[in-house]
Design a protein around this ligand. Structure first.
Ligand code: ARG
Length: 584
């Protein structure tokens, strides 16, 4: 089932093929920037005129005459230098709404060529409590996994936790000295983090502590039984604590293959890189250097300093024999290739790691994994009111656990004010869905590459581009159906006449376009924006067009429109990992 945009694109392409040989590249149809001039627009004539050195308005007229659109749109207007503007016909809109009304996928077929994706997200370091920064990765990764699964791809989600590495030397040393098994059990992250902080502080001033921590790490890496036993315990409790948060967030992983999982593979990776001549020894360490094949400004293994280029190597083995973050990531790429047969890997990781991933991907290509599509889907920071990365009043990290609790509590209060008559338990349940939804949506609604300022007032507002606003449109429709004593819309002929009705219908038909755009650019904010606009058009429609009091055929047609709107809002939110409620 094509969206109107796809259908127009196909028709324009067919006409272009008839007019030109050899056929030029496929034309492009986009929503009209000003809806007063039409629903969609193409610049095909402008592009073709440049190639053919012809007058673009003449070409636009020729193209318009060659188009077969009678069932779909009015004869297009030629606008400005040679744009074609299309206005969809009410009968076409009505027919397309009917098709979607009986389709469980709401007009969005699964893709013809599914691919296997690995999505690497959340991925916290487990010696530290999860903080607000982990929200973005967890929520974005989950939304992308849902989007790609819905599109029919095979999606494997993997939480690449940091459960190995230098931090554990300090933790083992500190825990042996002043650890408390009971505290570890009750609050693993809190306990380990405070130990880690203390030792880190002491190690700054005291060489012997640094040495002692290093010894513990070497023992762990050599398989020392006591250290391994402790480490296993840290891991077990930390994973349990992580799980509580993920369950609350509604985020799931198929695998949690942390850094430790790849530990045994690391010597082999480095040996392979050395053997292939991709890496070489340098000052006792092993690193990957530029191969000189890229222009210096694009080469991630070079940096420009004072007008000349210096080496910017990627370390894969330290001079003390330890391995690096990048070594594990290379082993992980090999595993995901060999074991999961991944065609694409998405890394949903903070923008501050851009250099790491540029080097990693370039190294992987040279290592023979060039056929895999590796993407760093990076995001910016969450800022406080002072426009600096958000902190607690005491200046510490905002713990994710506390953030989730506050979201639920604040939403619960709002619900209590709006619906004092609801039983306490029901209000709490609503508070959970609305609060978490608002928190997730606030994150997803931002272009991920931008930093954004966190504000409880904004994200919980019942108007604006927020989850409560979209959820509320759904609730309004559901209460309409309750009032009518109906579970869903009757099977009825759809007829559209009123402008508000036509505008809502046209928006409903764009759903698949917004899902494809959000998925292909790894930017769920396009879907948020769509849902916000859909909810807005629904509210306008609802004010302008009576539903239950309209005469029978109009009433039934409008019920179909309302029902499809509710299902689109619900599915759209679900693809973002956000639930709906039946009343609020
Ligand atoms: N644990 C890392 C951190 O907290 C993120 C890991 C991201 N995934 C990866 N394959 N490098 O910074």
């Amino acid at each position: 089932m094509n969206t109107p945009r796809q259908e127009l694109e196909a028709r324009v392409a067919a006409a272009v093929h008839r007019l030109f040989s050899p056929a030029p590249p496929a034309p492009y149809v986009r929503p009209c920037p000003d809806l007063r001039h039409g629903d969609f627009q193409t610049n095909a004539a402008l592009v073709l005129a440049k190639e053919a050195k012809a007058n673009p308005r003449d070409l636009a007229a020729k193209l318009a005459a060659a188009l077969a659109l009678a069932d779909l749109a009015d004869q297009p207007d030629i606008a400005g230098p040679g744009f074609l503007n299309f206005r969809l016909k009410p009968a076409y809109l009505a027919q397309q709404i009917s098709l979607r009304a009986t389709d469980s996928r709401l007009g969005l077929p699964a893709v013809a060529n599914p691919e296997t994706f690995v999505i690497d997200y959340s991925s916290p370091n487990i010696a530290k409590e999860m903080h607000v920064g982990h929200l973005r990765s967890s929520v974005l990764g989950d939304a992308l996994a849902r989007l790609y699964r819905f599109l029919g791809h095979t999606v494997i989600t993997d939480n690449h936790i940091g459960d190995w590495g230098t931090g554990f030397g300090m933790i083992l040393f500190g825990y042996k000295r002043d650890g408390d098994p009971e505290k570890l059990r009750q609050d693993p992250f809190g306990h380990l983090e405070s130990i880690y902080r203390r030792v880190q502080e002491e190690a700054k001033a005291d060489e012997s502590i640094r040495e002692a921590a290093k010894r513990e790490l070497v023992l762990l890496q050599q398989g020392d039984a006591a250290n391994l036993e402790l480490w296993n315990r840290f891991l077990k409790y930390s994973l349990e604590a992580l799980d509580t948060i993920y369950r609350r967030l509604g985020v799931k992983f198929d695998h949690t293959l942390g850094e430790s999982f790849y530990n045994d593979a690391l010597p082999g990776v480095v040996a392979d890189l050395l053997k292939l001549g991709l890496a070489r020894e340098s000052e006792g360490a092993v690193a990957i250097f530029s191969d000189g094949k890229l222009p210096p400004k694009d080469d991630p293994f070079l940096v420009s300093r004072d007008g000349k280029y210096d080496d910017n190597p990627l370390l894969v083995r330290k001079s003390d024999g330890g391995y690096n973050y990048a070594t594990t990531d290379l082993a992980t790429i090999r595993y995901r290739h060999d074991h999961f047969h991944a065609k694409r890997v998405l890394y949903i990781v903070d923008g501050r790691q851009q250099m790491h991933f540029r080097q990693l991907f370039a190294a992987a290509r040279r290592w023979g994994y060039g056929a895999m599509d590796l993407e760093h889907v990076w995001f910016g920071a969450i800022l406080g009111a002072d426009k600096k990365p958000i902190k607690t009043r005491e200046g510490g990290d905002v713990k994710l656990k506390a953030l989730l609790a506050e979201a639920e509590e604040r939403a619960g209060k709002i619900i209590a004010e709006k619906r004092p008559e609801l039983p306490e338990a029901e209000r709490a349940a609503l508070g959970r869905v609305v609060g978490l939804g608002a928190l997730k949506y606030a994150d997803l609604a931002q272009n991920r590459n931008l930093d954004y300022v966190f504000s409880w007032e904004k994200l919980l507002a019942f108007d604006g581009n927020t989850a409560p606003y979209v959820q509320n449109a759904y609730v309004r429709i559901r209460s309409l159906f309750r009032k009518a004593g109906l579970e869903q819309a009757p099977v009825a002929e759809v007829a559209l006449t009123e402008p508000a009705e036509l505008a809502l219908a046209a928006k409903l038909l764009d759903f698949a376009d917004s899902v494809h755009l959000a998925a292909s650019e790894y930017r769920p904010h396009y879907l948020c924006l769509y849902l916000f606009e859909l909810a807005t058009l629904f509210h306008k429609f609802y004010e302008a067009c009576p539903v239950l009091t309209a005469a029978a055929p109009v009433r039934d047609s409008r019920l179909v429109l309302c029902d499809l709107t509710a299902r689109t809002l619900r599915l759209g939110l679900d693809l973002l990992g956000i639930e709906v409620v039946e009343q609020m």
